[in-house]
Write a protein that binds this ligand. Structure first.
Ligand SMILES: Cc1cc2nc3c(=O)[nH]c(=O)nc-3n(C[C@H](O)[C@H](O)[C@H](O)COP(=O)(O)OP(=O)(O)OC[C@H]3O[C@@H](n4cnc5c(N)ncnc54)[C@H](O)[C@@H]3O)c2cc1C
Length: 563
């Protein structure tokens, strides 16, 4: 079969798992046309079901959150059963004790939703932009030059025929999972360990009767033999299972449905559980590995293609989608000719230390819990850093921070958790501030999270002094419309001061009153008439500065100079 050559969209995304899908949606929201291919059909299986609060925030910005929340669940109570017998409760505990949301952290509790459901929501959102995932389409090889990538892809038709295509694209991103073709072809290293000592059998199985859906069910001890059965959120008769422990023959257990059921029955000592179909199963050994850099030239990797680790702590998908969210806006600005290609260096600069810290934390969790008795609650305890709200890029080269008299060491202390000074710095997650009154829209309530977005920088000006802000809006007006959203945030002022401020602030996209003080409380204000805080499209603070000079330093570091 001869190959066709097509002039194609700006980015080819290889792999339509959660990570590729989030990248596609971020680019489409920026007006960048993409193609997204997957060598398989739609994925099956619960797998990466744990969704961390930082990912919920990302879904808020992407507009996918309502669909996620309509089906996702809070993490239920866990029940450990006594052996022998397997029916009497030994202990119940909360894996993630419920926390009350706060104004600056509205999504504070982790949730669960099967990975295949997460993907289908994302794929539905891609369709709104006219983008269909091209299933059964495989990337076989690629070559890159200074100005493009030539990708050789092959589509398999239902009759098994292969239709090759050579696709010329400015950028190629491999979100093609742990066995990434793209990572290998780029020659990126993937150093680390394979943990044969903690192998397990994982998968999803139908349970027709015998177990309730309200709790996660655990039997046995991880050091010898243990079974988890975890009900799915939507398809209530589907349970995720994990069978582990050195007294079990994992290869035999994974050899088929009947062997699996036999092992589960042996460990749980329960004959009253009626099993149905096996959905999928795998003999799994955690690999703990990461790349040395996230790309080369015009080709990048994200998600499992760049890092793999133990599922303990539920960080895999969550970290991968944040790779995509970091990369997406940078690629979009470069493709529009608004940023220099060197901006892409910050993708590795920012994500590599975060992923290195994550590998350390998940490995620690795996090792710490391994030999502890199941009834010991500390075995299951996860630190709050697993919610990923403290993940930060402090010290990254394009950030500008005039807040600080702190030492650089403290600022960069840990890319996974914030330093304990309690002050927001450039590189941190930009917090939410609700109950803001939009003074140009009859004081309608709005919030910062409703203003941030993946296709623009938000410039927050904390000031009641008009002249400073005006200079800022006039400088930014030279950039294309929509690139910056300028927001004047007024403190709680008297009614007459308020009317005067609104009349005098026509240059801003939004004028908000922080009557409840949430924004002024959580964002730092610097000495002087005004503090300017730039929030990047990925919801990260890009700059905290006193005025126009600091702002221009940030802008000149990220964008090409105005003609
Ligand atoms: C038991 C278990 C539990 C887990 N629990 C959690 C959890 O609670 N929370 C969490 O965050 N993570 C969890 N994870 C990790 C999570 O599943 C992965 O990190 C996640 O799937 C990575 O997503 P991805 O999009 O990078 O890769 P994948 O989901 O692996 O998708 C890669 C896609 O690329 C396609 N592909 C591969 N090669 C090619 C090619 N050459 N051409 C075209 N397509 C190609 C594949 O078909 C596949 O669809 C868990 C993992 C396991 C095993």
């Amino acid at each position: 079969m001869s190959s066709t050559t097509s002039i194609s969209p700006a980015v080819l995304i290889v792999g339509a798992g959660p990570v590729g899908s989030v990248l596609a949606l971020t680019l489409l929201k920026n007006g960048i046309p993409v193609r997204i291919i997957d060598k398989a059909g739609p994925q099956i299986g619960q797998k990466g079901a744990g969704i961390q609060p930082r990912s919920l925030e990302m879904h808020h910005f992407l507009g996918t959150l309502p669909d996620f929340l309509s089906v996702a669940q809070s993490i239920p109570i866990c029940t450990i059963y006594k052996i022998p017998g397997g029916t009497e409760i030994l202990k119940t505990f909360e894996l993630n004790p419920h926390e009350e949301p706060k104004p600056d952290t509205p999504y504070i509790n982790s949730m669960v939703l099967g990975q295949y459901r997460q993907q289908s929501i994302l794929h539905r959102h891609l369709k709104k932009y006219g983008c269909e995932v091209e299933f059964h389409t495989e990337l076989r090889s690629f070559e890159q030059s200074d100005d493009h990538v030539l990708a050789n892809i092959v589509k398999k038709s239902p009759d098994g025929a292969e239709i090759p295509e050579a696709m010329k694209v400015p950028y190629l991103v491999g979100t093609d999972g742990a066995h990434s073709t793209i990572r290998r072809a780029l020659g990126l290293t993937f150093l680390g360990d394979t943990r044969d000592d903690v192998s397990s059998v994982i998968g999803d199985i139908e349970i027709k009767s015998g177990l309730n859906h309200e709790t996660w069910h655990f039997w046995g001890e991880g050091s010898t033999k243990m079974v988890f059965l975890i009900p799915a959120e939507v398809d209530k008769n589907i349970f995720t299972m994990m069978v582990t422990g050195k007294e079990l023959d994992h290869a035999k257990t994974a050899s088929g449905r009947d062997e699996l059921v036999k092992t589960i029955t042996f460990v749980t000592e329960r004959n009253d559980i009626e099993f149905g179909d096996l959905i999928w199963m795998s003999h799994y050994r955690p690999n703990i590995r990461m790349v040395n850099k996230f790309g080369e030239g015009r080709v990048f990797v994200a998600g499992d293609a760049a890092h793999v680790h133990s599922p303990a702590g539920g960080q895999g998908t969550n970290s991968g989608v944040q790779d995509s969210f970091n990369l997406g806006w940078k690629l979009a600005l470069i493709l529009k000719g608004l940023s220099p290609s060197s901006l892409l260096n910050t993708y590795t600069e920012e994500r590599l230390p975060v992923i290195a810290a994550m590998l350390g934390k998940t490995m620690d969790l795996l090792n710490r819990g391994r030999d502890k008795p199941a009834a010991d609650e500390s075995k299951w305890k996860r630190g709050t850093e697993f919610k990923q709200l403290g993940v930060n890029y402090r010290g990254s080269s394009t950030l500008v921070d005039e807040t600080t008299d702190l030492t650089k060491e403290l600022i960069r202390s840990d890319s996974y958790s914030l330093a304990s000074d309690g002050v927001i710095h450039a590189g941190d997650r930009a917090p939410q501030a609700p109950d803001l009154e939009d003074l140009r829209a009859n004081r309608a309530a709005t919030s910062l999270f409703d203003i941030f977005g993946p296709d623009h920088h938000t410039v927050l000006i904390f000031s009641s002094v008009r002249s400073e802000g005006e200079e800022i809006t006039s400088k930014l007006s030279g950039y294309s419309k929509g690139l910056f959203k300028t927001v004047l945030i007024l403190p709680a002022l008297s009614e007459s001061e308020l009317i005067a401020s609104v009349k005098q602030s026509s240059g801003f996209d939004l004028v908000l009153r922080d009557g409840c003080g949430h924004a002024y409380k959580v964002y730092p204000t610097l000495p002087g008439p005004c503090t300017v805080i730039v929030v990047r499209p990925d919801g990260v603070v890009g700059a905290i500065v006193r005025g126009i000079d600091g702002l221009l330093q940030y802008v000149n570091g990220v964008f090409v100079a105005l003609a």
